[in-house]
Design a protein around this ligand. Sequence first.
Ligand code: GLU
Length: 504
Amino acid sequence: MENRTVRVRFAPSPTGPLHIGGVRTALYNYLFARQHGGKMVFRIEDTDSQRFVPGAEEYIIESFKWLGIEFDEGVSYGGDKGPYRQSERREIYKKYVDQLLAEDKAYIAFDTPEELDAKRAEKENFQYDATTRGEMRNSLTMPADEVQALIAAGTQYVVRFKIQPGEDIHVDDMIRGDVKINSTILDDKVLYKSADQLPTYHLANIVDDHLMEITHVIRGEEWLPSAPLHVLLYRAFGWQDTMPRFAHLPLLLKPDGKGKLSKRDGDRLGFPVFPLEWHAADGTISSGYRESGYLPEAVVNFLALLGWNPGTDQEILSMQELIEQFDLAKCSKAGAKFDYVKGQWFNREYIQSADNAVLAQDFDKILRENGIEAPIEKVEAVVAMMKMKKINFIKELWPLCDFFFIAPQTFDKEDKFIRKNWKDNAPQEMQALIELLEGLEDFSADAQRKAIDAWVEATGVKPWNAWRVMLVGAGKGPDMHDLAEFLGKEETLRRMRFALEALA
Ligand code: GLU
């Protein structure tokens, strides 16, 4: 067991968009696999046809591409242990269901939903188990020929796992240690349904983890109650020696108050709970991290620290650093508060260190939405000047940067900034500045700075704020020389002359 190559899997059911908690689960699997030089498998668990949602599988694949979480094998990736979509593995499961039946570890049950409801109404806390299975319509209580006759006649049935009561079952969890549960509380779980000729989650999950040689099952805490049953299934098949090790990750909790993080929390507080925007069949749209302007690296870093931390003060960790430092055994047992404000902080940090050319692509889209078409070098220059202005998202740059692309048209003399900085002597001083700038051959920020500094030195004029009134029309923007260089000599002088008239 210890010498086996690490193989993990992420096995979502395609029932809708991937929840951010699922993204964290996949990320931890990825970090663990990479750290151990192992492989990561992408399996689609689509045995519940009732809950199948078209487009969900493609959505999940696209999400991981965006986040930079790479699988080695599986649906859309290929590999020699496929097919990796459970709905394409019917014959494989059937064989294992038959094996359990032949070995008397499972049995066939014909109870209809109405019969089960009636039983529940009659008996409080009814559970299909060792104490009740003798009262039900199944292959343990009915003669074999009757069972065969019903099946031959096409009667619907299920296969149930025969759980022996009164035994302590141990789940060895890498995060939680030894989790003990008594088998008496378990019910005889349905493993297979004749109606759709498909196994249920439990059987398919165990058979596939075995056949795909999975060594570690890292998944959300909500699956911990299923783990004892899974241990029993491994044993029933005689696979206990290669049973994967379990790690059940802590829940993601509401940012405020108690309880599990839900989509409603996101709607209420204004943050996405899905990696990408999701368009549901009924026309509703749910926001995504990508469309909301998060950088994938920021999302990865933020999620990695929800339930684990490196034990140092370091908060900004690249994927490579995460792979090196991640430690499954040091994940917390307690749930992790989903501090979405911290998520925004991560985005701000990543924006500041991101490549300007990459950010320019994002900002260019926002400019176009606002009717601005500018050469990409110009867009990049603005990003470089302005991204440090404490923005969480690139879209926040637009109101801070509109004047780069749109000259002020009107000047409100009651505006606080203008009133304060457009004094009586401003027209005269600015006329002098216009003349000085007209004389400059080299209009680079450095050349302007040199010439203007000398003029300031000689005259005592402080031109900066009045100049800003003319070029920006408001108290915002970068260093004036950088701005004038960006606008160029012609546009700078045009704006200045226009302002002189408008403010006269
Ligand atoms: N199909 C399950 C899910 O949707 C997989 C649970 C597991 O990892 O065992 O999350």
